[in-house]
Structure formats: C-alpha cells, structure tokens
Design a protein around this ligand. Structure first.
Ligand code: NAG
Ligand code: NAG
Length: 197
C-alpha cells in the first residue's frame, strides 16, 4: 500500500473502531509519548559487528552499561533523550550518529566488553562505526580512533560534547514536526495519526 492509502486505511480503522485507544495507545496521553524509550539500539556480541558494518551513520556512540547498575539506570532517560534526535525513522537528524548500548552484565557480551576494556559503567565510546568492527579500545586517547566521552553525564552535556566535536548546533528541543504533541494531539488529524504510527 502507498503511504496515502496506508494512512487512509488506518484512519478508517481508527474512525470505525469504538475502542480507538487500543489501536493507538500512544494517543492516550502525552506522558506515554514523552517517556517512550526505545530509541537506543541494543547491540550484543552477536549483532555488534554486523550492525556497525551496515549502519549508514557517520558516527556511533556505544554505551557500555550493566542493567543492574543504578547509575546506568539513572542515565538511561538522558541517553534516550539524545538518541531520539538521531535514531529511528522519525529522527530529526538521521544518518549522522547511531546511538547504541551493550549490556556488559549479559554473559554473551563479556568478551566484547573485555575487548573494549570496560572497567566501570556506564562508559560512552565515540568513533566511526567501522573502527569498532572487530576492534578493541585500549583506553588510551593517543593514536586511537575511538575516544571516550568523558562528559556526557546528562543529555545536555552529551549533546554539548557532540556539538563541540562536530561543530554542530543540535538542540534537545529540535523537532521534526512543529506541532507540540501535547497541545495538538487531535485524533481526527491524519497527520497526527500517521506520525504516531
Ligand atoms: C542480540 O540482539 C538481537 C537484536 O536485538 C537479538 O535479536 C538477539 O536475540 C540478541 N542475542 C542474544 C544472544 O541475546
Ligand atoms: C480536533 O479538530 C477538529 C477539526 O479541526 C476540531 O473541531 C476539534 O475541536 C479538535 N479537537 C481537539 C481536542 O482539539
């Protein structure tokens, strides 16, 4: 189906459904949209090399974390906020930075995390995706094409680091669509319905 007919089909489904909210759960409340947190791409020992070989992005950030680590849990929403700008179909700035994470507490990733000398969590590494493939990082800045992001502790600071690095001016408030989701969430607007999908 073309985009238009897909939209119309879903719109029809939506209009003719008496329990619309079950089809479009994200339309129910703004907080659900705001706390959606699946922008970061999960990498593991199995898909690490292949994802990084195939990504069209120029740069990658890999967060090495452990799911049990409280600092990592606190950091998650901060990291997601930045990932929302760069990852996924609705990214405001697609194709520039792929934002990923590796759970070092998962057994299958142990070797991978050892390769990258991960001694504490979370650690953010930056580089060209190809430099991570089959590679390793020895923790030294000199001569390494992979560098550690020392100051990425909040979404603002991580984005500031990126902006300094790329001489860019990305902003957490950058929006692909001008409308504020919360003020203008109008279910009869096909644009909104299409966007939420
Ligand atoms: C690795 O990640 C991929 C993609 O998320 C997933 O499909 C796969 O099951 C994971 N492998 C393991 C062993 O967890
Ligand atoms: C949605 O849009 C319709 C038509 O533009 C308008 O009549 C209605 O009041 C709007 N509803 C909300 C909740 O904004």
């Amino acid at each position: 189906m073309s985009n238009l007919s897909t939209t119309l089909f879903f719109l029809w489904t939506f209009m003719s459904s008496s329990s619309a909210s079950s089809f479009f759960p994200t339309l129910r409340s703004c907080s659900i949209i705001k706390t959606r947190s699946d922008y970061v791409v999960d990498l593991n020992a199995t898909n690490f090399d292949s994802v990084l070989k195939e990504t069209p992005a120029t740069y990658v950030i890999v967060e090495f974390f452990a799911h049990w680590c409280p600092a990592c849990r606190n950091y998650k929403p901060q990291y997601e906020k930045v990932a929302k700008l760069f990852n996924g179909a609705n990214a405001v700035h697609p194709g520039i930075i792929l934002m990923t994470r590796v759970d070092c507490a998962n057994k299958i990733n142990r070797k991978l995390c050892v390769k990258f000398h991960i001694l504490h969590y979370p650690i953010l590494l930056w580089g060209a995706p190809s430099k991570f493939v089959g590679g390793h990082w020895n923790g030294k800045k000199e001569k390494s094409e992979i560098i550690s992001i020392e100051d990425g502790k909040t979404a603002q600071r991580l984005l500031k680091w990126i902006n300094t690095r790329l001489t860019s001016s990305y902003d957490l408030e950058d929006e692909k669509f001008e409308n504020d989701e919360c003020l203008q969430s109008n279910v009869s607007d096909p644009g909104q319905v299409d966007y939420k999908m």
